[in-house]
Design a protein. Structure first.
Length: 373
């Protein structure tokens, strides 16, 4: 037994030398595969080496059934390995890579006589050629060749069931929108407090509507610059007692006007699951539109010019957005305060605004994934 094994290693060494010298030894007469160990159908290539032993007819029949059984598993592509003349066939040792070139797995074995008369056993070894390690081995003891043939598919399936394939999960595809430019529309409510000069607390307050359009340019994955044009209005109602010849009289004066607010904001974008959270801060400019309409308790109506001493103001808030259809729906909460004072009728009424706005909108992204720089 020792001499036979030594002779086998001598032959294996000669084959290795031939491979180094680039002497081609035909193993598989197949077209090139698309990746190592896998055929064009994604099945693992399995080299089936000839069985060793002296029972030629049994070996022939076993080999045919083994090839069919491997193919029947569905995940493997059996290929016959042609062993050069004079080269020993390995059984309990892994075949040389040059003998099973391109195969992911290899199946070796032999047919041997048993201890009793008429008894034989078929032994098979399954090898992982990525490292030339044995996966599993088992045998089939029989005395009736026809019954043994029926058991071969089960033996092959049992051997291959010990293959523990590494499942490499594809990384999840990130479908989070990342447009270069965003265009949106919004509408909401703005609670406003109007403070006169030298007044400690607001003398008037009102809930107003506002709405408009916005556009944001992404500078990088974290920062965006956002420009908005919002149409809004102010409603001031002053109630109090006025002196008259007949005594104090309750007056109710109402001033209404329209204006454009143009915020320029720096927005930070944080992703929390499927939600985009965006703290934002910046400045806005107020542009008066038309005149201020006046009406008092007695029904007197009039209109006055109005102006802003300093059109700028500060604004800050938090906005959240989530994918919805082809774009994103968003909502936000903001606080703003004027730097200057609104002046009605050449200073007859002056006030500074403090504003808390709540809004809802929808936005569309353009130039997905493109970069500004």
């Amino acid at each position: 037994m020792t001499g036979t094994r030594g002779f086998f290693f001598l032959r294996a060494g000669l084959l290795a030398v031939l491979c180094v010298l680039r002497v081609s030894v035909p193993v598989f007469a197949q077209a090139p595969e698309n990746s190592w160990g896998v055929d064009y159908q994604g099945k693992a290539i399995t080299a089936v080496l000839p069985l060793t032993g002296e029972e030629t007819e049994m070996i022939r029949r076993f080999h045919e059934v083994i090839m069919e059984s491997v193919a029947a598993l569905g995940k493997y592509s059996p290929r016959e390995a042609t062993i050069p003349a004079g080269m020993g066939i390995p059984t309990d040792l892994p075949p040389l890579s040059g003998m099973v070139s391109g195969a992911r797995y290899a199946l070796t074995g032999g047919v041997y006589p048993g201890d009793r008369a008429g008894e034989y056993f078929l032994q098979l070894w399954l090898w992982d050629m990525d490292g030339s390690t044995m996966i599993y081995t088992d045998d089939l003891v029989y005395d009736d060749i026809d019954e043994a043939m029926e058991s071969v598919p089960g033996l092959v399936e049992w051997l291959f069931s010990h293959i523990h394939e590494r499942v490499i999960e594809a990384p999840p595809v990130d479908t989070w929108p990342d447009p270069l430019f965003i265009l949106g529309v919004r509408a909401g409510l703005s609670q406003r407090w109007y403070v006169k000069p030298n007044e400690r607390s607001p003398g008037a307050e009102a809930l107003n509507l506002e709405g408009g359009v916005s556009g944001a340019l992404r500078l990088n994955s974290l920062f965006s610059v956002q420009l908005e044009i919002l149409l809004t209005g102010d409603t001031l109602v002053y109630r109090g007692l006025d002196d008259s010849p007949s005594g104090p009289v309750l007056k109710n004066r109402r001033y209404t006007n329209l204006s454009l607010e143009i915020p320029v904001l720096c927005r930070m974008n944080f992703r929390v699951g499927e939600i985009r959270l965006s703290p934002l801060a910046g400045f806005y400019a107020t542009v008066p539109l038309g005149k201020t309409d006046f009406r008092d308790k007695d029904g007197t109506k009039d209109s006055f010019s109005w102006s802003v001493s300093n059109p700028l103001g500060f604004i800050a808030g938090l906005e959240g957005a989530a994918p919805c259809g082809p774009g994103m729906v968003f909502a936000g909460l903001r606080y703003g305060v004027d730097f200057g004072e609104m002046s009605i009728n050449s200073g007859e009424r002056k006030y500074r605004r403090h504003m808390v706005s709540l809004y809802l909108g929808y936005e569309f992204g353009f130039f997905e994934g493109k970069k500004l720089f």
